[in-house]
Design a protein around this ligand. Structure first.
Ligand code: 5U1
Length: 680
């Protein structure tokens, strides 16, 4: 009896979790807080651990694979996976030619009405066949040679968007075909992480996705954020397929399979051309790469009449867009200083048309990556430009060089090309940085914005547009000059007549009355976030003592390690930076004495690191951070094994996903408050 109850409960939990996973991953519209999802998930895990016979292949707990695959078993496709004819003429003539071909093959008279087509996107990923039997995902296979693919079921199970069980009343057998891909933001984040660790980066989202699907260890595959869109069918049993392709896609969406919303039924060549143009204009704004659009005759009966030529259907074509990767010559390498002081080697290229625009500069990220890619001046290189991401050099074309070309270097002791301050690289770090933080013109805007920020000096009315005007108009060269602004000077600026100017002057006046911790944070010293600034203020009690502290003394401060200590020391070793501090104080910036006195309130989150994600029901991000810090906790920007809690609200994204993958504790706002109040 007890067993039957457990079995029924497990079934209920599976159904609930499938429903909420679909709401979360596919519809992006969760109905329950993440903490509740986690609770249900853990309950099912516990039930399955106690009763292994209840564990089923379609259980949501089976998404994170454990065992390392020995290799991939071959899978013979029940229905061959065809390829698609490609129209490389990227002009409207490409669409026109397809429509003419279809009309000819169908022997339509010239005055017959236009053919209806389903127009969709051509995703730049890896083709997959998902086999569902009685609605349960039993196998996922790559295309392979079209006849035989590889069994990648374990890895595919880790993709949250792919349902393990279909919704509704599913057919006996349904093979869903589509493309697994990686979103551009996920790809950029993943590469940024690789760069921070000094590891190899991926060339483009397609390679990263294909590599993840074919990754032998499902646990690693699970860390690669993949997505999926369905676009067709393989074998089907026990289902009357709708009479059109567009209705088939609607039916797949109703089964809970992700289908891209950017699709349309259009009429004739004019409709195809309009779709090609509309999607071309939208291409950069899409969150994923496409390399073209696909046109398919919508009527399945007409598709059958048209049939195939060799391995390609006559009823479909892929109409390309200009490539997002091109070859060109690397003419020179220059160094650029970014807003945060980071030095980036920039490739000066022979201008090339790529991803829809002419590119003559591209980032090389850092000298280590540049060296790993083996890129040198004079090489033929591959340039990628996709979406609104900065163009980058992703590699070189192998081949002999005409003679010796030295590796690009930023020598030890170099001077910043903008301000002449010393260029440094942290021990074990990847990036070279200018140490002239408050002085360097390249960093001026960033320094001002950070200084004015709400959690720094809190200068009301000083936003990025005004900072642009102040710096570009030459009104401000250094931070202390902020406090010399008056209504007369400000009124000359755009949108600063009358009250706005007076309000800013008042904001500046009020900001002078601050705390040592805020002031230290406002200086924008690398690695000195709010929590460290507070620790420094508490420990030293005065700015002179912080500026004079030796490395050893800095290391005595709570949570200050060698990298942070060195960064503080380097900052105050720059005479320009010390001058700025003195000038700010001379301008009237002041804080109460003895700020460092001990705080005796209880600290239930002492030593804990929390990450905030999503929108909380009643607290803003700043309020939640203040609450956590007042309770002794630290707020970190990214999730890692060192995170103690992830506090998640509505529309929490990849941080929550990662927390789940790492098995971290996830709190909602109520649970956070309970923890702080000591009730949890
Ligand atoms: N959207 C879409 N992409 N795509 C790729 N549909 C589609 N259809 C394909 C392929 C290879 O092939 C069928 C026409 C067989």
């Amino acid at each position: 009896m007890a067993e039957e109850t457990d079995s029924r409960r497990a079934e209920t939990l599976r159904t609930l979790l499938h429903h909420h996973a679909h709401r979360y991953y596919v519809l992006d519209a969760p109905e329950i807080p993440d903490a509740e999802y986690d609770r249900l998930f853990r309950e099912l895990q516990a039930l399955e651990a106690a009763h292994p016979e209840l564990r089923q292949a379609d259980s949501p707990t089976q998404r994170v694979g454990g065992a390392v695959l020995a290799g991939f078993a071959p899978v013979r496709h029940a229905v061959p996976m065809l390829s698609i004819r490609t129209e490389t003429d990227t002009t409207p003539a490409g669409a026109q030619a397809f429509d003419e071909r279809v009309r000819r093959e169908l022997e339509l008279p010239g005055d017959a009405p236009p053919v209806a087509y389903n127009a969709e996107l051509k995703f730049d990923g890896l083709a997959l066949n998902l086999r569902y039997e009685a609605g349960v995902l039993v196998q996922a296979a790559t295309r392979g040679d079209g006849e035989t693919g590889e069994d990648v079921t374990q890895n595919i199970r880790t993709i949250g968007q792919i349902p393990l069980r279909l919704a509704g009343v599913p057919p006996a057998v349904l093979e869903v075909r589509g493309e697994v891909y990686m979103r551009r933001d996920a790809f950029e984040r993943m590469n940024e992480r690789q760069r921070e660790r000094g590891e190899k980066t991926f060339v483009n989202p397609r390679n990263a996705a294909a590599g993840a699907v074919r990754q032998l260890d499902p646990a690693i595959a699970a860390q690669r954020p993949l997505s999926f869109f369905a676009y067709g069918l393989g074998e089907v049993q026990g289902w009357a397929q709708p009479p059109t392709h567009s209705a088939t896609l609607d039916a797949l969406a109703a089964f809970g399979v992700p289908v891209c919303a950017d699709r349309a039924v259009v009429l004739g060549a004019a409709g195809l051309i309009a779709f090609h143009e509309a999607m071309g204009a939208k291409r950069d704004a899409l969150p994923f790469d496409i390399d073209g659009v696909v046109y398919k005759v919508d009527d399945i009966a007409l598709q059958r009449r048209l049939g195939f030529v060799t391995r390609e259907p006559r009823w479909a074509v892929a109409h390309k867009y200009p490539a997002q990767e091109q070859l060109t010559r690397l003419n020179a390498i220059e160094v650029q200083v970014g807003r945060t002081g980071k030095l980036t080697p920039v490739a000066k290229l022979e201008p090339v048309f790529v991803g829809g625009t002419t590119v003559s500069n591209a980032t090389l990220h850092n000298v280590f990556e540049l060296r790993r890619k083996g890129v040198r001046v004079g090489d033929t290189v591959i340039v990628r430009r996709a979406g609104d991401v900065i163009p980058e050099v992703v590699g070189r074309v192998a081949g002999p060089r005409p003679g010796y070309v030295p590796n690009f270097r930023i020598p030890r002791g170099s001077a910043c090309p903008v301000c002449g301050s010393l260029v440094l690289r942290e021990k074990g770090g990847i990036d070279h940085r200018c140490s002239g933080g408050l002085f360097c013109a390249a960093q001026r805007k960033q320094a001002l914005l950070h200084f004015a920020g709400r959690r720094a000096m809190d200068i009301e009315g000083l936003g990025d547009k005004l900072v642009d005007q102040l710096v570009d108009g030459g009104l401000i060269q250094t931070l202390p000059e902020l406090y010399a602004l008056d209504v007369a000077k400000l009124s000359a600026l755009d949108r600063m007549a009358g009250k706005s100017a007076a309000n800013l002057v008042e904001g500046l006046r009020r900001s002078k009355d601050t705390t040592l911790a805020r002031f230290l944070y406002a200086l924008g010293i690398r690695h000195v976030g709010e929590a460290t600034a507070k620790d420094l203020a508490r420990h030293f009690g005065g700015i002179e003592r912080v500026m004079a502290a030796t490395l050893e003394q800095l290391l005595e401060v709570h949570d200050v390690g060698p990298v942070v200590a060195q960064s503080i020391r380097t900052f105050f070793d720059q005479p320009h930076n010390r001058e700025v501090v003195q000038q700010l104080r001379a301008a009237g910036v002041a804080w109460p004495e003895h700020e460092g006195e001990a705080d005796t309130t209880p600290k239930p989150l002492a030593g804990k690191t929390l990450v905030l994600t999503g929108t909380l029901p009643s607290l803003t991000r700043d309020e939640a951070q203040s609450l956590i810090e007042a309770a002794g906790g630290k707020v970190a920007g990214s999730v890692s094994k060192k995170t103690d809690y992830v506090v998640a609200g509505a529309e929490a994204g990849s941080k929550l996903e990662k927390a789940r993958t790492l098995g971290l504790a996830v709190l909602d706002e109520a649970a956070l408050r309970a923890l702080i109040d000591g009730c949890a």
